[in-house]
Design a binder for this molecule. Structure first.
Ligand SMILES: [Zn+2]
Length: 100
């Protein structure tokens, strides 16, 4: 789409998947399970719940902290979920709208 971006900038909270430095905008592409989207792909495994529940809760808490820190520092953030990544035209429209 012609936008210039950087991948996984380690100097930004949460190492956003894409960072548009000039626009001060970042995009995270989250896997539904690991980041607990709440959709049908994100159910917690039934076995070994004492391991999974706190681990996945930590991931969610960390995500929230990263977004809060970025927004407090003037960054606009977009989270794209794995389950929403079908339909290239729809994604392009969404990206255009966010990056305009
Ligand atoms: Zn999802």
């Amino acid at each position: 789409m012609g936008y210039r971006y950087r991948l996984h900038r380690s100097d930004l909270p949460g190492k956003p998947d894409l960072a548009f430095l000039g626009k001060r905008k970042v995009i995270f592409v989250h896997g539904c399970f690991w980041h607990q989207h709440g959709c049908r792909f994100s159910h917690v495994p039934k076995s070994n719940r004492p391991y999974w529940v706190p681990k996945l809760e930590r991931n969610q808490a960390r995500d929230a902290e990263h977004l809060k820190a970025l927004r407090a520092d003037g960054w606009k953030c977009l989270v794209l979920w794995e389950c929403q990544l079908s339909g290239i035209q729809r994604i392009r429209r969404r990206l255009s709208k966010f990056l305009e």
